[in-house]
Design a protein around this ligand. Structure first.
Ligand code: HGY
Ligand code: MN
Ligand code: MN
Length: 407
C-alpha cells in the first residue's frame, strides 16, 4: 500500500532546502531553509486532505479525523531540522513516513477509530540554540518563558527573537497539550548506528532511549602576545580546555557500561595564531541508559574542574543546557509491533537508542514507541547518511499497521 515514489520525492525535495548543498544537509531552526521545508510539508499535508495548523511553538500539525472525533489522538511524526553538514534522513524519514501513512489511509478510504495527527517538529537537534528536543518539551510543558529569552544562537539572537523574526509569536500555553489528549506517540527514525545492519535485521523496536545531559563550559583566561609572554606567565584558556576535553573522554570510558561523552562544539577567542587564547567555550554531551552513570560523569567532571582551579589562576564556569532522563518505551506497543513485524515477515530486534529523540519527552504524556530502520554503515550526522528505501518501506508498513491496530 505504501507508495515509495511519493516517499522518495518528499525526502529528496526536503533535502534541497539546505544551507550547505555542497556538503551534506544543514537546516537549522527558524531559518529560511526551515521556512521553505515547512511550506512544502504544509502543502503535502493539505494535498493529503489533512486539517493543517501550527501551535504556539511552531509545531506543524496535519490532522485526519477518526470515528470518534473526541477520542485522544494518535500522534505520528518526527523532526525536519538537521545538524550542520548532516544527512537527508535524520528526522525527515520519520516525518515522511507519517505523512505517507495518512496518504494511504486517505486513498484507501481507511477509517481509524482515533483521530491521527502528523507532527512536523523543527528544533529537535538544538544545534542553533544549544538546547534540543524543544518542540516536544513545549508540547509536554517543559519549556518556559525564561528559556525563550536565555538561549541564544552564535549571533546573540535569542530563541524568542528568532521566532518573532520568523513570524511566530511564541505561546507556550497554547503549545502545551492537555493531559490525556494524546493516546500514543509513534516515531519512525533511522537507527543512526550499525546494530540493525550488523545483525541483519529490518526493524528495530526501541525499548529504552538513553538519558541526555548537555552542559556548556566557559573558560576565562588572559589573552596576550604569543611571542613575548613567557610560558610560566600565561593563563591560556585553550590549554585548560584541552585538559578538560580529554577528561570528558577519559571519565566516560572509566564509567563505562555504554556511557558516552562528547565535546562537539568549541569556540576560541580571539582565535588568532599569534594570540594566547583568552576565552574558550565548549559543549559537553553525555549519555547513558542509566541515570547514575550520567550523574557520575558530571560529578567526576566537577572534581576535574576543581583540581584545575586549585592549580591555575583561571575562571571556569559550567552551566547545564539540557537534561532528559533515560526513558522506557511502551511495552504494549512494542508487543503489538513485534506481532505485526512477524506477520509481515520482517526480521526485527528489540534495542536501545543511543540517540536522543522527541519520543523521550512525549513518553511523559502518552504511550510512546519508536521504530528504527537500518542506517547504511551505521552512519548519521554525516553527508553520507543513507537508508535503503526498501528498508524504509518496511518501517512505514509496521507503523501503518500499528496505528490501525492500536486500541
Ligand atoms: O543528538 C541526538 O541524539 C539527536 O540526533 N538529536
Ligand atoms: Mn533525529
Ligand atoms: Mn540527529
Amino acid at each position: 500500500m505504501v507508495n515509495l515514489n511519493r516517499v522518495i520525492k518528499d525526502i529528496e525535495t526536503l533535502s534541497s532546502f539546505n544551507a550547505t548543498p555542497e556538503n551534506g544537509v544543514t537546516r537549522l531552526s527558524f531559518t529560511k531553509e526551515d521556512k521553505m521545508a515547512r511550506e512544502y510539508i504544509r502543502e503535502q499535508m493539505k494535498n493529503a486532505g489533512l486539517k493543517v495548523w501550527e501551535d504556539g511553538y511552531s509545531n506543524l500539525f496535519g490532522r485526519r479525523e477518526g470515528k470518534d472525533p473526541d477520542a485522544p489522538v494518535i500522534m505520528i511524526g518526527s523532526h525536519f531540522d538537521s545538524v550542520i553538514n548532516g544527512g537527508a534522513f535524520d528526522g525527515v524519514a520519520g516525518l515522511v513516513a507519517a505523512l505517507e501513512v495518512l496518504r494511504v489511509f486517505e486513498e484507501k478510504n481507511i477509517e481509524t477509530y482515533y483521530p491521527i495527527e502528523v507532527v512536523a517538529m523543527n528544533d529537535e537537534e538544538g544545534v542553533r540554540f544549544g538546547t534540543g528536543v524543544s518542540n516536544s518539551r513545549a508540547m509536554v510543558g517543559l519549556m518556559d518563558e525564561e528559556e525563550l529569552d536565555r538561549v541564544m544562537d552564535r549571533d546573540g539572537v535569542s530563541l524568542r527573537k528568532a521566532m518573532e523574526n520568523f513570524g511566530i509569536t511564541p505561546d507556550l500555553k497554547n503549545a502545551k497539550r492537555p493531559e490525556g489528549s494524546i493516546k500514543a506517540f509513534i516515531e519512525l527514525h533511522i537507527e543512526q548506528g550499525p546494530i540493525l545492519e550488523d545483525n541483519d535485521k529490518d526493524i528495530g523496536l526501541v525499548e529504552t532511549i538513553v538519558g541526555l545531559d548537555r552542559y556548556d563550559v566557559k573558560i576565562k583566561g588572559k589573552s596576550g602576545h604569543a611571542g613575548t609572554t613567557p610560558m610560566n606567565n600565561r593563563q591560556d584558556a585553550l590549554v585548560i580546555a584541552s585538559k578538560l576535553i580529554l577528561s570528558v573522554n577519559r571519565i566516560a570510558k572509566e564509567v563505562g557500561d555504554g556511557t558516552v561523552g562528547t565535546v562537539g562544539e568549541i569556540q576560541v577567542s580571539p582565535n588568532a595564531s599569534n594570540v594566547i587564547p583568552g576565552h574558550v567555550e565548549f559543549s559537553v554531551d553525555v549519555r547513558s541508559t542509566k541515570e547514575e552513570n550520567i550523574k557520575r560523569v558530571y560529578d567526576e567532571f566537577l572534581k576535574e574542574i576543581d583540581n584545575i582551579k586549585e592549580e591555575e589562576d583561571i575562571d571556569i564556569e559550567i552551566t547545564k543546557s539540557l537534561y532528559v532522563p533515560p526513558v522506557n518505551m511502551s511495552e504494549e506497543i512494542i508487543d503489538t509491533m513485534e506481532k505485526i513485524s512477524n506477520r509481515l515477515g520482517y526480521k526485527y530486534m528489540r534495542m536501545n537508542s543511543g540517540a536522543g529523540h522527541d519520543a523521550m519527552n512525549m513518553a511523559k504524556i502518552a504511550e510512546t514507541s519508536m521504530i528504527f530502520v537500518p542506517s547504511k554503515n551505521g552512519l548519521s550526522h554525516h553527508p553520507d547518511e543513507w537508508t535503503d528505501y526498501e528498508d524504509l518501506k518496511k518501517g512505514i508498513e509496521v507503523m501503518l499497521n500499528t496505528v490501525l491496530e492500536l486500541r
